[in-house]
Design a protein around this ligand. Structure first.
Ligand SMILES: NC(=O)c1ccc[n+]([C@@H]2O[C@H](COP(=O)([O-])OP(=O)(O)OC[C@H]3O[C@@H](n4cnc5c(N)ncnc54)[C@H](OP(=O)(O)O)[C@@H]3O)[C@@H](O)[C@H]2O)c1
Length: 255
């Protein structure tokens, strides 16, 4: 449990809210009566989601903005605009991400660099922008969405993705160390497999849960404001531990 224990985070920004986990977490937090700031590039989807959430929960505020997290100046501008519009952001969920990677040395540097740029540099820009808002207030909850794949080096199309998510995990831990004496909380969430567009083409995925089940577990984990959480906790907490200690040859077979 973080320093903000007992504080209700009323105004929540989620990036990558047009699909999958971001959209699912928006639905979960809306059902808890929270105001939302939702960003992604596909704004028509955000408009649909805003209409859906306001119809179901007329008491909340839902702000939406077009945002490409690879355009770093826009990240800072949009976060400040959301902060003004909602009257102060209490929680920022750094969720936008992609898994386009391919094995290294096979002619897909463009895909690997896109994955690294969005997942790591995008998360860095979002963390900077969030902390510029949180530091003067000495309050706020920053949530980074990493991945269980961050536990170890991963083969094939997961190599760059896993490395980018490990970097996100290290970034979260570093910020937590840096902010230990402040009122700001930093949580790193390591999701296991949750059905979304990122894995829709993969038919057989071990332990996968549907989007709603996964996002309910994500929202519940985030509300506890842990330093780290593997979600859903079962089976991913023991799986993550096993991944850290097993030989690489065994871990590679799990990928
Ligand atoms: N699903 C899983 O099993 C799983 C497991 C571990 C971690 N994760 C992580 O969870 C996060 C959400 O993924 P998902 O599973 O929900 O996949 P998804 O359905 O493909 O959603 C990805 C979201 O990220 C946004 N996005 C991608 N690139 C962006 C950019 N340059 N600028 C702004 N937004 C961008 C997309 O919005 P637009 O295209 O509209 O911009 C979309 O809303 C990712 O960080 C992913 O790595 C997922």
């Amino acid at each position: 449990m973080g320093k903000g224990k007992g504080t209700t985070r009323r105004n929540i920004l989620i990036t990558g809210a047009s699909s999958g986990l971001g959209r699912g977490m928006a639905r979960e937090f809306a059902s808890r009566g929270r105001n939302l700031a939702l960003a992604a590039r596909r704004t028509e989807r955000l408009e649909e989601l805003r209409d859906e959430l306001l119809a179901a929960h007329p008491q909340i505020t839902v702000a939406i903005r077009s945002l490409d997290v690879d355009v770093h100046d826009d990240v800072f501008r949009v976060f400040r605009e959301f902060d003004d519009e909602l009257g102060g952001l209490d929680r920022v969920v750094v969720n936008a991400g992609l898994g386009k990677g391919q094995p290294l040395g096979t002619g897909y540097f463009h895909a690997n660099v896109a994955t690294a740029r969005t997942n790591f540099l995008g998360a860095l820009a979002q963390s900077e922008a969030a902390l510029e808002l949180f530091r003067p207030r000495n309050a706020g909850h920053l949530v980074l969405i990493s991945s269980v794949s961050a536990m170890r080096g991963m083969p094939r199309n997961l190599t760059t993705y896993a490395a980018s998510k490990a970097a996100v995990g290290a970034l979260g831990e570093g910020m937590r160390a840096d902010l230990a004496q402040t009122g700001i909380d930093v949580s790193t969430i390591f999701p296991g497999f949750i059905r979304s567009e990122i894995n829709e083409k993969v038919k057989k995925v071990p332990f996968i849960v549907d989007t709603e089940t996964g996002c309910r577990a994500l929202a519940a984990a985030i509300e506890k404001e842990p330093n780290k959480a593997y979600v859903p906790a079962w089976p991913w907490t023991p799986v993550a531990y096993a991944m850290k200690v097993l030989p690489l040859s065994v871990v590679a077979k799990m990928a």
